[in-house]
Design a protein around this ligand. Structure first.
Ligand code: ROI
Length: 167
């Protein structure tokens, strides 16, 4: 893949899966993300079991968050993550908030705020998602999420919604 390199930035990536052996999906994705050229794994949270946000007629999810140092520009990082989603069998049905084999979201990218048609960072709705905030807090307890607040304050305001740590 064609990419441009820039100075290293710390980014956090949310991982989610609720189809075709979610724990295996998340573990495979971790390896694939760490293997992207220009991306280095820094931290990886526990795995969490979460109830679906959105339509309830879908399986429960497994979620985790990964911290990386990357020299990729945000759009290049996004394209690489989408490539991994596709390789792991993600089918985009167009259904909003439907089940998926793998979801890889850029949660934060340094202190940048990005508002592009394909990419909004910090991730939209992060403050309502305990399945993102809890693993993120586990690996980055002092994080300030640009334009949203400190992770510790975001977590205090977010219901746990049945989230359970697996490992
Ligand atoms: N619900 C949970 N619990 N975990 C997710 O990763 C997740 N991802 C989504 C939607 C469909 C909004 N619901 C989710 O994209």
């Amino acid at each position: 893949m064609q990419t441009s390199l820039s100075p290293p930035v710390i980014a956090y990536i949310g991982l989610g899966s609720n189809l075709v052996d979610p724990i295996v999906q998340i573990k495979s994705a971790r390896i694939a993300v760490a293997a992207i050229e220009g991306v280095q794994e820094m931290t990886f949270s526990s795995l969490y079991h979460s109830l679906p946000m959105g339509p309830q007629d879908q399986p429960d999810y497994v979620n985790a968050v990964m911290g990386v140092v990357t020299k990729l520009l945000p759009m290049d990082l996004l394209r690489n993550l989408q490539h991994i989603e596709n390789i792991q069998g993600r089918i985009r049905t167009g259904e909003r908030w439907g089940a998926r084999t793998l979801d890889l979201d850029i949660l934060t990218y340094g202190d940048q705020e990005i508002d592009e048609p394909d990419l909004i960072v910090p991730h939209k709705g992060i403050e309502e998602r305990s399945f993102v905030l809890c693993p993120l807090f586990q690996i980055a307890p002092e994080l300030y999420v640009p334009n949203k607040g400190f992770i510790v304050d975001l977590i205090a305001k977010c219901p746990l919604s049945g989230l359970k740590r697996i490992n």
